[in-house]
Design a protein around this ligand. Sequence first.
Ligand code: NAD
Length: 694
Amino acid sequence: MSAEYALHGTVAVITFNNPPVNGLGLATRTTAVDGIRRAQDDPDVTAIVITGAGKAFSGGADIREFNSPKALTEPTLHTLIRTAEESVKPVVAAIHSVCMGGGLELALGCHYRVALPGAQVALPEVKLGLLPGAGGTQRLPRVLGLEAALNMIVSGNPVLSEKLPALFDEVLAPNADLVASAVAFAERVAGVRPLPKVRDRQAGHPDANAFLAAARARVAAAAGPFPAPLECVETVAAAVTMPFEQGLAFERERFMHLIHTPESRALRHAFFAEREAAKIPGVPADTPRRPIERAAVIGAGTMGAGIAMALVNAGIPVTLLESSSQALDKGMTAIRAQYESAVGKGKLTPELLVQRMALVTGTLHYRDVATADIVIEAVFEDLAVKEAVFRQLDGVMKPGAILATNTSTLDVDRIAAATSRPQDVIGTHFFSPAHVMKLLEIVRGRATGSDVLATVLALAKKLKKTGVVSGVCDGFIGNRMIEQYVRQAGFLLEEGCTPSQVDGALERFGFAMGPFRMSDLAGNDIGWAIRKRRAAGQPGMTYSKVADRLCELGRFGQKSGGGWYDYRPGERTPHPSTEVDALILARAQELGIERRAIGDQEIVERLVYALVNEGARILEEGIALRASDIDMVYLTGYGFPLFRGGPMFHADTVGLRNVLAAIEGFAAGRHGEAWQAAPLLARLAAEGKSFNGG
Ligand code: NAD
C-alpha cells in the first residue's frame, strides 16, 4: 500500500506511505488519485487532506522512473496534481519534514496548505540538471513572487516552512498534531466556493523585465557547463509572460529537453552512484556496527592532522599520537592554524574553535590510545614503519577496536598480517586536505570483517564523506588509475606538448586542474619516491623520465618555488618555465623523438581513456564493485568534471566502440605498449554494451 485512505469525520485523509520519503512513483500516484476520486464520490465527505506518513510529506517524483516509461504512465504527476486542483471539494496539503520537488508541486496544486514549522521545502530539480516539470515553475512564482521563486528554483536549496508564510495558509505550532489540525482546517474551509487555485493568481514583480534580464546574466555566469539553471530562468519568466496553460506546456517542453541532455544524465548518474556506493553485496544494511565514540590517529603530519580535523568536525574526540614532541607540536599547531584561518574567514565561530580544539589531545604514548574505538594510522608511506606501528597497536588496543591505515599504495593485507586480528584491519584512504575532500576510499582486506566494513562506511557518512569500497591492489582504485593518466601526460611532453598545453586541454575538458598543476600542488617528490621504490622492487613499467629529471633539479612543485611551472614567491599562479621547456626538449632529443603538434582531442583522449582502460581492469578484477563506484572516486577525489559523470560514464556516453577504436589507434603509435585494451572493455564494446549497464 503506497497511500492510505481514512475518514476523520467528514474529512477524507489520504496518507502517502512509500518509505523512505514518500516518492511519487506510479503506485503511489495511482492510490492517491483513486483516493481523491473516492472522496469526491462519497456524499458524506466534505473535504480532503493529503499528507505523508513517516519522515516526509513527499520527497517528490521517483527519479528512478525517469529512465523508464513509468513516469509517463497514467496517472502521471501532472494528472495527480490536476485531480487535486480540479477537485470540487477542498484539498488541503498537510506538510511536515520534507516537501520537495513533485511533493511541493502537488502541494501547490492543492487549494490550501498547512505546515508544521521546520519542514524543508524545495524544488531541487536543478541539482539533477532539470527543472521542476510538474507546474512548479508556473505555480511557485504565483505564490511567492518572481524573485523568491526564482531563487528557490535556480538554487534548488531548501527553505524552512516557517520562512515561507506566503506559501502556507497556516504554519502550526511546533508540537501541534498535524493531521488533526489539517482536518480542523479542512472542516473550516469545507464550504468555501469558488475554491482558491494558485493558477488563477498573477506572478508578481514590480519590474519583471529588468529583474529577469539581471537574473539571466547572473545565472549564466554561475551555471558553467550546465544548461538547467538558465532553462529554469526562462520557464519562470514564462509564468509572467504566458497564460498559465501555455506556461505549463512550455515548462513541459523544456523539461523533456533537459532530461535528455548529457549533463542531466551525468548528474542523475552521480546521484544514484553515491547511494549505490554504500551498498555492499553480502554486507546487508542491518549488519551490526561497532560503536565509534573515540578515535586515535597515529602520525600528525599532513594527513594525520587533516584526518583528526575530519573526526573532530563530526564531534568525535581524537587522541593524536606522534613519535616526537616536535612533530606533535607541529601537527597540533597546524590544526589550530587551520581553525584560526576558518575563524578569520568567518566560517567558524571562536566558540567552535575552542570546542574543536578541546576534542584533540596529543600524546607520545601508545597506552593513551588503547581505549579508542578506531585508530587511523597516517605515518610515513613505508611498509616496515607501518608494520611496526600495527604490531604496537595490536599489543595495546582494546579488543574490538578498528585498526585502520591511511596508506595510499601499500598492501593492506600485509599490514593486517602484522597483527593477530586481521579481521579488525581496514584501509581508510583519505584525500588531501582530509577535512575537506569528500572521498574516502575504504580498502577491504582479505580478512576484514563485515561489521568493520559496515562501521567504516557509516563513519564515512558521519564525516560527510562519500565512502567507496576498494579491494587491495597497488594504488587501490583512484591512484592505480591516475598513474596511467600521469604516465600518458609524461609521454605527451616527449612527443610534443608543454605542461601548460596538457593542463589547458584537460581543464577545458572540465577538470578542476590539469595533471601538471595538480602535481605541483601535491609535490612532485611523492611520485618520484614511489617510482624509486618500484624500480628497487620490481621491473617497472615504461614511463617518461622527464619527471625524474625535474625532481633531480629540486623542482618539487609549489612548495619549492618551482616544479612543472615557475612560481613567484608567495604566489600560487603557475608561469611556464624555460628551464622545464629545455628539459623536455633535451629529453626528446636524447630519445630521437621528432616532436609534433598535438591537439586537445588527442591529449584528452589519451589521458581520459588511460583512466577508462585501467578502470575496466579494476572492474574486471573485482577491485571495484561497480563502474559507478569508479566514477564516484573520480568525481569526489580527483576533480573529474561532474557534468561528464565520471570516467566510466563518460566512456559510456562516448560509446565503448569509439573508446576501443581510439585505444587501438594509440596502441599502434609511440608508446603503444601502454595501450593494451582491457578485456572487459573489448568485450563490452563488441557486445554493444556499456560499463554502467545496458
Ligand atoms: P607526513 O610525512 O606529512 O606525515 C607523517 C607523520 O608521521 C610525520 O609527522 C611523522 O613524524 C609521523 N610518524 C612517522 N613514523 C611514526 C611512528 N612510528 N609513530 C608515530 N608517528 C610517526 O606524511 P603524510 O603526507 O601525512 O602521509 C601519511 C600517510 O598518508 C602515508 O601513508 C601517505 O601515503 C598517506 N597519504 C598521503 C596523502 C597526501 O596527499 N599527502 C594522501 C593520501 C594518503
